[in-house]
Design a protein around this ligand. Structure first.
Ligand code: NHR
Ligand code: GAR
Length: 224
């Protein structure tokens, strides 16, 4: 116990509150990972200070300094590779990644998306969910592939939409669950329990036939 920590590189663009949840879980020893580095595409992203405070190396690769997406992604890949991570985690990372980059990290790159996928891919999900009048919303963690927000979903957290909701209140309700959801999935990946094989998510070697639900996760085999 406490050994064999999976090196993880986290990509951010903003506040880094999901990064903070991962830092806290790693520091508490509740998930077997080590955050090897944090990289932001936005100079001055508040999440960078969270990493620095935790003693984690940080890098800023400003996408506006690159002539095209391919050259940005090549630089990003080179920076990530210096840490030889077993997992790349997108945590509020706002740049669409090119096919070459995605293929390089296939099966070892996760994203958290603020909706119950496949509903509301893309941006401004909370606003769109309210406009659609749905009763239930949430967040999803998925393996990243070249279908934007369309990679195989691993686990979801559900929240109710309330009658008098505003986008702000709904966002806060979803994000509170994200801070449980993302460390849970990253921890399971770190334990070697999650794999992607032929576009199929496997938990403990068995294909999952639907996304897992944070509130009803099966026990790990050794706990049975
Ligand atoms: N890249 C690939 N290839 N596949 C995915 O599933 C990805 C991805 C990169 C990021 C996160 C995603 C989300 O959870 C993500 C998933 C940014 C945009 C976007 O439109 C869309 C989806 C996501 C992140 N970005 C604009 C762009 O031109 C810039 C928007 C901005 O800077 O505010 O890259 O929602
Ligand atoms: C999170 O709610 C995440 O789900 C969402 O942005 C927020 C990032 O917050 N991600 C996306 O919208 C990806 N396009 P954070 O920087 O405080 O973790």
């Amino acid at each position: 116990m406490g050994h064999d920590l999976l090196p993880v590189v986290v990509l951010i663009s903003g506040a880094g509150t999901n990064l903070q949840a991962l830092i806290d879980a790693a520091q508490a020893g509740t998930i077997p990972i080590r955050i090897a580095a944090v990289i932001s595409n936005r100079p001055g992203a508040p999440g960078l200070a969270r990493a620095e405070r935790a003693g984690i190396p940080v890098h800023t690769l400003d996408h506006t300094a690159y002539p095209d997406r391919e050259s940005f992604d090549e630089a990003l890949q080179a920076c990530i590779e210096t840490y030889d991570p077993g997992l790349v985690v997108l945590a509020g990372f706002m740049r669409i990644l090119t096919p070459g980059f995605v293929e390089h990290f296939a099966g070892r790159m996760l994203n958290i998306h603020p909706s119950l996928l496949p509903d509301f891919r893309g941006l401004r999900t909370h606003e769109r969910a309210l406009q659609a009048g749905i009763r239930e919303h949430g967040a999803s963690v998925h393996f990243v592939n070249n279908e934007l927000d369309g990679g195989p979903v691993i686990m979801q957290a559900r929240v109710p939409v309330l009658a008098d909701d505003t986008p702000e209140r709904l966002t806060a309700r979803v994000q509170a669950r994200e801070y449980e959801l993302y460390p849970k999935v990253v921890g399971m990946f770190g334990e070697g329990r999650l794999k992607l094989e032929d576009d199929q998510v496997r938990l403990d070697g068995r294909p999952i036939r639907a996304p897992l639900d944070l509130d009803t996760i099966p026990d790990s085999p050794r706990e049975k």
